[in-house]
Design a protein around this ligand. Structure first.
Ligand SMILES: [Zn+2]
Length: 313
């Protein structure tokens, strides 16, 4: 029956066209740009490394999309931004860096961004005042974020920068900054109480990251490496540190999660000391991130380990 066959062909064609229309509609819906939801993040903020990312995320909250340049597990002292990182900096309203010599790449980027829409703020530059001698040269110690009181000043600098760019959310930035400052005040009180009347005054660290923390709470650091974890100590340096550990009855040697613990372990094995983590918070590992760790939790962990090493009551 040719009529029935034509009916079947027409039916099949209708089903096929219907299916094609559905697929096309699905594809169009998927590729359409997402509608702008009122109150969704508008401000694009980029930070060079973890502490600035944590502080900016807390202060900006839902009013900005904050992205970090140095990836999880990488060490910011020698990180080189990728072309995608640089594109992201260009697309940002605000770029927060530490400043000084901390980000070796920053100088070039800042001059490239001059006259562009991205505002660049060097959050830690004015706060870094302590000098260290490194290879017989005086250098400014950048690690201000490890002192809770200097961290509060960083929070204020970030709040002011966000407010200047987005004055409509000034009240929200002020409230969020006040909450973070209260957390940092609690941290400061915990360090003051926890590191009181300790039997030991010296710690041995992996790299010289804890100068501001040590000055604030009155202990001393001896660093195995220099100001950056890449600085290689000589055999003579290592022997000197081993002697220092023996002569001062130091029982714990610190290492950090982003750098190989080999040097700390070598000295600890030589003098019969134990190793413990002291986190300079220059970044979190992927594992620390997925475990929900952050600046505050790691600073509290640092305090617990410092109490052990400094033999505090
Ligand atoms: Zn460092």
């Amino acid at each position: 029956m040719p009529g029935l066959r034509w009916l079947k062909i027409v039916c099949c064609a209708i089903v096929l066209v219907g299916a094609l229309v559905l697929v096309a509609r699905f594809l169009i819906q998927r590729s359409a740009p997402e509608p702008v939801v009122p109150g969704s993040p508008q401000l694009q903020v980029t930070t060079s490394f973890y502490p600035l990312y944590y502080f900016a995320s807390r202060v900006a909250a839902e009013h900005a999309q904050v992205r970090n340049i140095t990836p999880a597990g990488a060490e910011p002292h020698d990180y080189e931004p990728t072309p995608a990182d640089i594109a992201q900096m260009y697309a940002s309203d605000l770029l927060l860096i530490h400043g000084g010599q901390f980000e070796p790449w920053a100088g070039g980027i800042i001059s490239e961004l001059a006259g562009h829409q991205t505002r660049v703020v060097a959050v830690g530059e004015r706060l870094a005042t302590q000098q260290l001698i490194l290879n017989d040269q005086p250098v400014l110690d950048p690690h201000v974020w490890l002192d809770p009181l200097l961290a509060m000043q960083e929070v204020e600098i970030i709040r002011a920068a966000l407010t200047e760019i987005d004055p409509a959310n000034a009240v929200s930035f002020r409230q969020n900054a006040a909450l973070l400052t209260a957390d940092l005040q609690t941290l400061d009180s915990a360090f003051r109480a926890g590191l009181n009347n300790c039997a030991q005054k010296d710690i041995v660290t992996s790299h010289a990251a804890f100068g501001y923390l040590a000055a604030r709470y009155q202990f001393k650091q001896v660093a195995i490496a220099g100001l950056s974890p890449d600085a290689e100590p000589s055999a003579g340096d290592l022997a000197g540190i081993a002697d220092f550990v023996r002569n001062n009855n130091i029982r714990h040697i610190f290492f950090e999660s982003l750098v190989t613990p080999k040097l700390s372990q070598t000295i600890a094995a030589e003098v019969g000391a134990q190793t413990l983590v002291l986190n300079p918070l220059e970044g979190l590992t992927t594992l620390e991130q997925s475990a929900g760790k952050n600046y505050l939790s790691e600073m509290n962990n640092n305090l617990a380990n410092l109490k052990t090493a400094l033999q505090c009551p």
